[in-house]
Unconditional design. Structure first.
Length: 278
């Protein structure tokens, strides 16, 4: 009987939300390349797997999440299926709805939106533009959020680097660091994440890692699973999706979300998640 009671107590403990020693409520953030709905993906086409996205959001219950490659039909589907989240971001090809959007979603009842914006990874970041040797227009959507309960604030920058242009990726990281300093200052808690189309050990990250730490490397609980799956055609060792953080922010968990969400593959990338306290 004592053994059963002990097991029940342990189960109850693990089912409770994890709070930091200072009583701070953890924040869960997910970065997710959902693979745009225009892809010719056969059995993995968006309409055949789209139900897996709200299922993942329901199961994982993020407080904030950023998506890459989102076309307007996909974003409107998420809006309808997950109305508890507000959406921020504009599309990369016209600054409105044309082309992919690096959208950020946040829980309406937990956060106040203090500020937000989008800039282009190019020589002219304040207007619709393509940078360097990039194959596509590339953007960063950012938000400044305030926790309604604690009053604490943080910044989140969501991006997707070019898949072809080496110079565009290198210069894009440099510009990203400049813009983080410009928008968030040098000390405010900040997170940057997305699909970088670049392995974790690439030297292009040096300007970023000078100021920010890898959630994958620093979290108390973590993994080093591949993030690009190619709908099952890729080896499980390709890590090109990343999350970095800085400031008075404690990252307690990093996870690659390769679970079952009701479709063989939720996307050609696995979502990645971090849990942190401010």
């Amino acid at each position: 009987m004592k053994k059963i009671t002990l097991l029940l107590l342990l189960a109850a403990c693990f089912s409770m939300p994890a709070f930091a020693g200072n009583g701070a409520k953890p924040i869960k953030l997910i970065s997710y390349n959902l693979r745009n709905s225009g892809g010719k993906d056969g059995d993995n086409a968006w309409m055949k797997r789209r139900h897996a996205t709200p299922q993942m959001i329901s199961q994982e219950a993020p407080d904030v999440f950023g998506v890459q490659e989102g076309l307007i039909d996909q974003l409107q589907y998420i809006d309808a299926e997950c109305p508890q989240y507000a959406r921020v971001g504009v599309a990369r090809d016209d600054g409105a709805q044309q082309g992919e959007t690096m959208a950020v979603y946040y829980l309406r009842d937990r956060f106040d939106l203090i500020d937000s914006g989008t800039f282009w990874l190019s020589e002219t970041p304040d207007k619709v533009s393509r940078g360097w040797d990039g194959a596509c227009n590339r953007t960063v959507t950012w938000v400044e959020l305030k926790d309604k309960e604690s009053g604490k604030e943080f910044f989140y920058f969501n991006t997707h680097l070019d898949h072809k242009g080496k110079v565009a990726r290198e210069e894009g990281v440099k510009l990203l660091v400049e813009k983080i300093h410009e928008i968030a200052g040098k000390k405010a808690p900040a997170i940057v994440g997305g699909d970088f189309n670049t392995p974790v050990d690439s030297p292009i990250f040096k300007p970023l890692t000078k100021y920010m730490a890898s959630a994958r490397a620093k979290a108390a609980t973590t993994d080093h699973k591949g993030t690009f799956n190619g709908f099952g055609s890729a080896p499980d060792t390709i890590i090109i999706d990343h999350l970095y953080f800085r400031g008075k922010l404690k990252c307690t968990l990093f996870a690659t979300l390769d679970g079952n969400y009701g479709a063989p593959f939720i996307s050609d990338h696995y979502p990645i998640a971090m849990v942190f306290t401010l």
